[in-house]
Design a protein. Structure first.
Length: 429
């Protein structure tokens, strides 16, 4: 070892000892470079910090000078922090790019959500003009004018739905009022007829034997003819009025039936998923509320099954969202047929489904789930002459094992998530 190097090393060790610094490699290197500089000894490795720093941008070098950075590790920490700052800025400025399939789905959902609950020809024309363009080119969803038009249509839809509901409510009120008027008239006419008959009866009762003479009989005859004519006229008028009112009642009945049918259709639309025919999530929530209330009363437990179709996104990306719709529709029909009267089935969202089984324990629910899995495996999911392989993951819980319904739902969802993380195509409980 050259003398200069030995002297530098010796002075470095003395300096570390004097300052009571633990001689870590980094501290040793720092003091060594200082001493080498004092001795006028040029160590290339000691200049590495300056060489690396010169590769930074002007603004970064200026910021570096204000920092206490005297070793390469500190420089690397500085560089990493700057890279993270730039990455965060990049993430903030860049917008996520949606796939074409995702845009098509969003466009379809948007169009479906804009459809009014009741037919409105004027609104349908306005809606067609924009939805036809969006379906042809889903990228228009990113256009500012298109978004403004959609916002305006949403407000129009809400206004027209409220107006339609208000008008139907008014029609129902008018029907009720008409029925009430009809009943009042019928009662009034019945009262008038009874009053006239009472007058006739009183006149007949007022006849005495002393009055029976030829003149009396002529008078009686005339009265009887008058009474008969009056009754005949009354009966004719009453028949005409009853016939007219019968027609009015028939018309009212037809209107009531039509209104009831409209209300049933609107109710069905809000509670049934249009693609699978299963319950919607909103309807499931209301049904679960009733089931839970019953459980709190009689303590007859029930089970919850969360199901998710495996690799559904891959099916959509590979074959298109129409293929995905075929899978969802067929999958929903299989669930509905296997559950039947044992419970309810709902589409919870996307490719996720929920089954509620009444008066079933975990063992029975697992057995049913296994049967469904076997049927799904054997079923033919065919789209455009291509057979699609479909599997699912599931999580099962029994209500009595948890303090609240919310805890039950959370645990079923956790089981489902774990099943997917562990490789999918399995049931956890």
């Amino acid at each position: 070892m050259p003398t200069a190097i030995r002297d530098i090393v010796k002075s470095v060790l003395e300096e570390l000892k004097r300052q009571k610094i633990v001689p870590t490699p980094e501290e040793y290197r720092r003091v060594f470079c200082q001493k080498a500089k004092d001795y006028g000894f040029n160590v290339k490795d000691c200049d590495r910090l300056a060489v690396l720093a010169n590769k930074l941008s002007q603004s970064d070098r200026e910021e570096l000078e204000g920092r206490d950075i005297d070793n390469v590790d500190s420089l690397f920490d500085f560089i990493v922090s700057k890279l993270r700052e730039k990455e965060e800025k990049l993430l903030l400025t860049q917008r996520p790019v949606l796939s074409e399939v995702t845009l098509e789905k969003l466009a379809s959902l948007m169009v479906a959500s804009l459809m009014p609950s009741y037919f409105d020809e004027d609104f349908e024309q306005d809606l067609d003009s924009i939805t036809s363009k969006i379906i042809k080119d889903p990228n228009l969803l990113d256009d500012g004018d298109t978004r403004d038009n959609i916002s305006e249509l949403i407000e129009q839809r809400k206004y027209r739905d409220r107006k339609a509901i208000s008008e139907k409510a008014q029609k129902l009120n008018n029907l009720i009022q008409s029925m009430s008027t009809f009943i009042e008239n019928a009662v009034e006419k019945s009262g008038d007829s009874n009053k006239n008959l009472s007058i006739i009866l009183d006149e007949l009762n007022s006849i005495s034997y002393e009055d029976m003479n030829p003149e009396f009989f002529d008078t009686l005859k005339n009265k009887m003819v008058t009474i008969n004519t009056s009754m005949q006229s009354e009966m004719t008028d009453l028949s005409k009025k009853l016939l007219k009112e019968k027609k009015e009642v028939s018309i009212l009945r037809e209107k009531i039936n039509a209104l009831e049918e409209n209300l049933r259709a609107a109710q069905t639309e809000s509670s049934t998923d249009f693609l699978t025919g299963l319950l919607t999530r909103r309807k499931l929530d209301s049904e679960l509320k009733l089931i839970e209330e019953k459980y709190q009363e009689d303590k007859h437990s029930y089970t919850l099954i969360f199901i998710d179709i495996d690799h559904f996104k891959s099916i959509n990306d590979t074959y298109g969202h129409n293929a995905g719709d075929v899978v969802l529709s067929t999958f929903g029909k299989i669930l509905s047929s296997k559950v039947a009267d044992d419970g309810i089935v709902a589409r919870y969202g996307g490719e996720e489904f929920v089954i509620v089984l009444n008066n079933k324990d975990l063992k029975e629910s697992l057995a049913l789930c296994d049967k469904i899995k076997d049927l799904i495996t054997k079923s033919k999911f065919i789209y455009d002459e291509i057979k699609l392989k479909v599997t699912f993951s599931a999580g099962i819980v029994e209500r009595k094992d948890f303090d609240t319904l919310e805890d039950s739902l959370k645990q079923a969802d956790k089981f489902l998530y774990t099943a997917k993380v562990k490789g999918r195509n399995q049931i956890l409980y």
